[in-house]
Write a protein that binds this ligand. Sequence first.
Ligand SMILES: Nc1ncnc2c1ncn2[C@@H]1O[C@H](COP(=O)(O)OP(=O)(O)OP(=O)(O)O)[C@@H](O)[C@H]1O
Length: 251
Amino acid sequence: MMELEALTKRFRHKDKAGRMAWKTAVDGLSLSVGRGEVFGLLGPNGAGKTTTIRMLTLLTEPTSGRILYDGQEAAAHARAVKRLIGVVPQHVNFDQDLTVWENLELHARLHHMGRAAREARIRQLLDYVELSEVQNDGVRRLSGGMKRRLLIVRALIHRPRVLFLDEPTVALDPQVRRRIWTLVRKMKAAGVTVFLTTHYIEEAEALCDRVAMLAGGRLVDLDTPAHFCEKMGLSTLEDVFLALTGKKVQS
Ligand SMILES: Nc1ncnc2c1ncn2[C@@H]1O[C@H](COP(=O)(O)OP(=O)(O)OP(=O)(O)O)[C@@H](O)[C@H]1O
């Protein structure tokens, strides 16, 4: 479904002395994600997770390397890729002056959905995540958990086959987190491929078929959560994470 070949991203920045320099955020990352898989990208702060998602979702261009969707190079098929993917960003980016419904409507229009299809889909999704009650409220009024569910719903409007979730449950209470886990499992059951980043290692353990550990922009190792624990003789994925990345987990 998705292949990353030696994906690299360098940013220009000013070093300590104020001179222009290059910083490597993602360094030769190669991996592939199968259809219908829930794939997790784990790593300490600054490991390059968000930059990887931004490249995969065509929000930033790789410095070098290739991204393939179904064997086709993403850069050459940007329109098709945008139809294929749904993106849940790390930070809430709704139009703050619009209602819940209006925000979804705007997104559906961007995907050129006709009026009847738009309305039916928005109704169905709001019902699905139990947000119908607040459909006419301004998005500012929503709680953190509601906003996160709305971000996911917005990403699902055009029925993407690949869903990207950057830290989907950050700062949410345990009940809301579980609800989002259920939503991810439903997506998987519906055949959607899910690519997520998280700082909650137990979340990756609960949801992901496979996880890639990233540190300093490089792939440290990639495996199923169970196999990681087994081969390293550790009882939890969090222990594996700490052993491989040498960093404390932050949330
Ligand atoms: N636009 C940019 N310009 C310069 N440096 C950047 C830019 N975006 C990211 N970086 C740097 O690239 C590195 C990787 O950042 P990235 O946000 O991808 O990490 P992350 O793993 O998502 O971190 P976190 O877990 O804290 O969200 C960091 O050193 C960051 O400072």
